[in-house]
Design a binder for this molecule. Structure first.
Ligand code: GDP
Length: 295
């Protein structure tokens, strides 16, 4: 995960290692390499530039040139800034409401259905909840089947209406079913498209308005880098979602989406997907991720 970025940052800090005393030039070179590492990770130019400016200002503020271990101090400053860039504190999930209503949004192939299952499983096993999955993808019968398979794997009931093509009705009926049968959280999976289009956006906005969820989560494939960020912006403009789910982190060697998304949409990354199995879900801790990146 993010191996390229880790390697490049490691190399950037080599410049400062072994120097008892460092110069302004050493610091500037290091920061230039840090910026290059971020750009290679597919972080956009302005975010990368602002990042190194902030680290530089802090380095000056902490008199990095005269400290005993300037290399270590620089690593710490970069780590702190990476943590902030990824959202600072861990963001929880709002489980108020009975049932709590969670709406999943995102493009087709982002990992939405898989993540709906992972989240239901997490809520069941870690939060002692009784979840219901609702199949809101009315276009692809295979998507409904897939959610039933996932539900079967984790022992969670799936509500679907194969003949109904109205996702608003299905979601509302599913919530009614949850209330009548003692489910205290519903996870509504929805239809995605291969790219952002108006029809999909109108549909999900209508579902969103009708069910008024406690949590609207936007699911995105972290391997798509800047595209992930642009898609996040399009969905956020329409839904004003509550949090981001970054999937397929296990295959992401670059990390651009994880590093950029918070700055662009100002919404936290809440969970990550790290594999195809139902257990491959983690709460996202910005500081732990920064620790990992800097090895
Ligand atoms: P949807 O169209 O958004 O519902 O996407 P799916 O849930 O069907 O996922 C698309 C593909 O990505 C499937 O083959 C999943 O197994 C795979 N996938 C989903 N999440 C992850 C993940 O975190 N890691 C990996 N490696 N694969 C994932």
């Amino acid at each position: 995960m993010f191996d390229n970025l880790s390697d490049k940052l490691d190399k950037a800090f080599h410049i400062l290692k072994g120097h008892g005393k460092i110069t302004e030039i050493n610091v500037a070179e290091t920061l230039k390499e840090v910026r290059r590492a971020l750009l290679d990770a597919d972080v956009n130019f302005k975010i990368a530039k602002d990042f190194t400016t902030r680290v530089k200002d802090k380095a000056i503020g902490e008199n990095v040139l005269t400290t005993l271990q300037p290399g270590q101090l620089m690593v710490k400053l970069v780590k702190d800034e990476l943590t902030e860039l990824m959202g600072g504190d861990v963001a929880g999930i709002n489980l108020s409401g009975n049932p709590t209503v969670i709406l999943m949004s995102g493009l087709q192939g982002s990992g939405k259905t898989t993540f709906s299952g992972k989240l239901a499983n997490y809520l069941k096993t870690k939060k002692n909840k009784k979840p219901l999955l609702i199949a809101g993808d009315v276009y692809r019968p295979a998507a409904i089947d897939q959610l039933h398979v996932v539900g079967g794997q984790i022992g969670v009931e799936v509500y679907s209406e194969r003949e109904n093509k109205n996702p608003v009705e299905i979601a509302l009926n599913g919530i009614k079913h949850a209330k009548a049968n003692g489910f205290n959280v519903v996870v509504v999976d929805t239809a995605g498209r291969l790219a952002v289009d108006e029809e999909m956006m109108t549909e999900i906005a209508n579902v969103h308005k009708a069910i008024n969820p406690q949590e609207t989560l936007f699911v995105v494939d972290s391997m798509t880098g800047q595209d992930a960020v642009n898609t996040a912006k399009a969905f956020n403009d329409r839904l004003n979602f509550d949090g981001v789910i970054l999937t397929k982190l296990d295959g992401d060697t670059r990390g651009g989406a994880a590093l950029s998304i918070k700055s662009v949409v100002n919404k936290p990354i809440k969970f990550v997907g790290t594999g195809e199995k139902m257990e491959a879900i983690d709460v996202f801790y910005p500081s732990r991720m920064a620790d990992r990146i800097l090895g």
